[in-house]
Design a binder for this molecule. Structure first.
Ligand SMILES: Nc1ncnc2c1ncn2[C@@H]1O[C@H](COP(=O)(O)OP(=O)(O)OP(=O)(O)O)[C@@H](O)[C@H]1O
Ligand SMILES: [Mg+2]
Length: 159
């Protein structure tokens, strides 16, 4: 699945659409250059899950956990925590374990989104036995144009 967005709001809308397919327990790796729209996409994910706080980059705190509010669709109601991790400055697994991030991986009441999390791709299945791994790749095309590609079609083929 590949889309082109022409402004930030379109990327937010796509994040919202993506999030409506979640069931809980997913780990989503957000991959792409600086400023390519990963955090912007998260704002849409948060909107779909009824998060009240403003979502911005967790770069300095590494991880933010947002409480969701009861969503309109039955599936989304199972998701209580939206976990947003920025691995840009903590590019190893022990550090993620230290801050407690990995405790949320695969939990049915949570969904985890990891910016700069490509390094986790190989180990999530083996070490954490997480099957619901998905990758969303962002690319800067020009100042306001972004390409977004969702990898794991099996899970998200309806988006
Ligand atoms: N089509 C678009 N989609 C998303 N963001 C866009 C788009 N057009 C312009 N922008 C702007 O690009 C910037 C994207 O920043 P954002 O923080 O989402 O990127 P990021 O991938 O999270 O970067 P970082 O790697 O630094 O965390 C925002 O300022 C946003 O307003
Ligand atoms: Mg970001």
């Amino acid at each position: 699945m590949r889309i082109i967005t022409k402004n930030a709001e379109q990327t937010i809308k796509f994040g919202e659409k993506f999030a409506k397919k979640l069931v809980g327990g997913e780990v989503v790796l957000l991959v792409g250059d600086l400023g390519s729209g990963k955090t912007t996409f998260m704002k849409g994910v948060a909107r779909a899950l009824g998060v009240k706080q403003i979502v911005n980059s967790p770069t300095f705190v590494i991880m933010k956990i947002y409480k969701t509010t009861p969503a309109t669709t039955y599936k989304l109601q199972a998701i209580k925590n939206l976990v947003h991790i920025d691995a840009y400055r903590s590019i190893d697994l022990p550090k993620l374990e230290n801050i407690g991030a990995t405790e949320y991986f695969g939990r049915k009441d949570s969904v985890c989104f990891v910016e700069w999390g490509k390094f986790l791709e190989e180990i999530l299945n083996f070490e954490f036995r997480i099957l619901k791994v998905c990758k969303v790749c962002f690319r800067n095309i020009d100042e306001n144009t972004r390409e977004i590609v969702v990898k794991r079609k099996k899970l998200y083929n309806k988006i």
